[in-house]
Design a protein around this ligand. Structure first.
Ligand SMILES: Cc1cc2nc3c(=O)[nH]c(=O)nc-3n(C[C@H](O)[C@H](O)[C@H](O)COP(=O)(O)OP(=O)(O)OC[C@H]3O[C@@H](n4cnc5c(N)ncnc54)[C@H](O)[C@@H]3O)c2cc1C
Length: 388
C-alpha cells in the first residue's frame, strides 16, 4: 500500500490534519491504536481558541460547534472567596468557545467518514522505518495480519505516550520537562454550570475550576495529590472538597449530582526540540504537553496542524520545501509562549507549598492582574490565543 502522508494517531491533531490534507488533494491514511469508541470516550479539553474554530470551519465540520458551543466573552478568577472578571472580548476583541473535545473528535470522525478517507482503528505494533531516508514506511498489525504502507511523510500525532517521538534516535532530540507535584481530579455531571462563565479558583485548600460542556452539563476540577486514587473520591467527597473553595454566591448556586465521568490527570510541561526529523513531523501532544490550566493543549495541537498542513500542501502544490524546513521553528515559537502562559497560570493558582512567601507572591501577582489593565490585557491575549 502507498499513500502520501501516513498519520499516526486519530486524536484531534491527526483527524484535523487528515481533513485539511484531504481537502487539498493530499492522500493520507490514519493509523490509530485504539477503537473509535475508545477515542470518543476520552473526556478532555473544552475551551477552544479562534484558531481551532477557524480550522474546523475550513474543513467544513464546524456547524455543530457553532450551534451547540458556548461563546465566552470573559473568564472569572476567584481568589480566597472573592471573584474577579476578566473581560476577554473588551480587552482583545476576541472570544473563546466552550465546546468539548469529545464533540470535536466526533465531528472530525464523521467528516472523515463522509469523505471516505481511510482510517485503521485498532492498529497494533505501529513501527516507523527509514524516517531519514527518501522512502519512509510504516508497518502495523490489523485483524491478525501484518501490513506496511510506503509514504512520502509521516505525521506523528500519537500523543505523549505514542511511538513516533520514541522512534527518534536519542541524539537527534532534546526534551525539556517540568512535572508538577499535584494533579487534577475532574468530574463531569449532568447538572447546570454554577455560573455561565468559566471560574478559576485559587484557595488555601487548593486550586479548583468550574467549567461546563453545555447549559446542562458541568465539568469541575479540584487540585489533588499525585498519589490520590480516583476510587478514594466518591462524589460526595468531591463536592465537599469543592464547596469551601468557592465564593458565597457560587456555593449557593452549585447544583451537585452524580458524576458521569471521574478521572485524575497529572500536570506536566514538556517540549521536544526539534519536531521535524527527516520525513517525520511531530504535532500536538506527541511534541509537547502543557498543564491544562491555560486550556492550551488542544489549541496547540491545532496550531501545529495549521503550520504542518500548510507546509505539506506547499510541498505538493508548489514543489517548495520552505514550509517544511521552517515547520519546527515556526511551530515551536508559538508552543513556547503557550508553555510559558500555562506554567505561569499553574504556578499562580495552585497551592504550591506551605511556604507563606509563595502564597504572598501569588496574591500580589493576582492583585496586580486585577488592578492593571496592561496585566489583564496580557492575560486575555494569551488566553484567547496569540496570533501566528
Ligand atoms: C483533564 C484534561 C483537560 C484538558 N483541558 C484542555 C482544554 O481545556 N483546552 C485544551 O486546549 N486542551 C486541554 N487538554 C489537552 C488536550 O486534551 C490534548 O492536548 C489533546 O488531546 C492533544 O491532541 P493530540 O491529537 O495531539 O493527542 P491525543 O488526543 O492524545 O491523541 C493521540 C492519539 O494517538 C493514539 N496513539 C497513541 N499511541 C499510538 C500508537 N503507537 N499507534 C497508533 N496510535 C497511537 C492515541 O490512542 C490517541 O488517539 C486537556 C487534557 C486533559 C488530560
Amino acid at each position: 500500500m502507498r499513500t502520501q502522508v501516513v498519520i499516526v494517531g486519530a486524536g484531534p491533531a491527526g483527524l484535523l490534519l487528515g481533513q485539511i490534507l484531504h481537502k487539498h488533494g493530499v492522500a493520507n491514511v490514519i493509523l490509530e491504536r485504539q477503537t473509535g469508541d475508545y477515542v470518543l470516550g476520552r473526556v478532555r479539553a473544552g475551551v477552544i481558541e479562534q484558531v481551532t474554530q477557524d480550522l474546523l470551519d475550513e474543513v467544513g465540520v464546524g456547524g455543530r460547534m457553532h450551534r451547540d458551543g458556548l461563546v465566552h466573552e470573559a473568564v472569572q478568577i476567584c481568589v480566597d472567596g472573592a471573584r474577579h472578571r476578566i473581560p476577554l472580548k473588551e480587552l482583545t476583541g476576541k472570544t473563546v468557545m466552550v465546546y468539548g473535545q469529545t464533540e470535536i473528535t466526533r465531528d472530525l470522525m464523521e467528516g472523515r467518514a463522509g469523505i471516505g478517507a481511510p482510517t485503521v482503528y485498532s492498529a497494533g505494533d505501529v513501527t516507523l522505518h527509514d524516517i531519514f531516508g527518501d522512502k519512509p514506511r510504516v508497518s502495523y498489525q490489523a485483524e491478525g495480519k501484518s501490513h506496511e504502507i510506503a509514504c512520502d511523510f509521516i505525521a506523528g500525532c500519537d500523543g505523549f505516550h505514542g511511538v513516533c517521538r520514541a522512534s527518534v534516535p536519542p541524539d537527534a532530540i532534546t526534551t525539556h520537562e517540568r512535572v508538577y507535584p499535584f494533579g487534577w481530579l475532574g468530574i463531569l455531571t449532568d447538572t447546570p454550570p454554577v455560573l455561565d462563565e468559566v471560574v478559576y479558583v485559587r484557595h488555601p485548600l487548593g486550586f479548583a475550576l468550574c467549567s461546563m460542556r453545555g447549559p446542562t452539563r458541568s465539568r469541575y476540577y479540584i487540585q489533588c495529590d499525585l498519589a490520590d486514587d480516583v476510587e478514594a473520591w466518591p462524589d460526595q467527597r468531591f463536592w465537599d472538597a469543592l464547596k469551601p473553595r468557592l465564593d458565597d454566591e457560587a456555593r449557593a448556586r452549585l447544583v451537585t449530582g452524580p458524576s458521569i465521568e471521574k478521572s485524575i490527570a497529572p500536570l506536566r510541561s514538556f517540549v521536544a526540540e526539534p519536531i521535524r526529523f527527516g520525513r517525520l513531523f511531530l504535532a500536538g501532544d506527541a511534541a509537547h504537553i502543557v498543564p491544562p490550566t491555560g486550556a492550551k493543549g488542544l489549541n496547540l495541537a491545532a496550531s501545529d496542524v495549521r503550520y504542518l498542513s500548510r507546509a505539506l500542501i506547499e510541498h505538493y502544490a508548489e514543489k517548495s520545501e520552505a514550509g517544511i524546513d521552517c515547520y519546527s521553528e515556526r511551530a515551536l515559537a508559538r508552543v513556547w509562549k503557550a508553555e510559558r502562559f500555562s506554567w505561569w497560570l499553574t504556578m499562580l493558582l495552585h497551592k504550591i507549598s506551605d511556604n507563606t512567601f509563595d502564597r504572598k507572591i501569588q496574591l500580589a501577582e493576582l492583585d496586580y492582574l486585577f488592578r492593571s489593565k496592561a496585566a489583564s490585557t496580557a492575560f486575555a491575549e494569551n488566553y484567547v490565543g496569540l496570533p501566528y
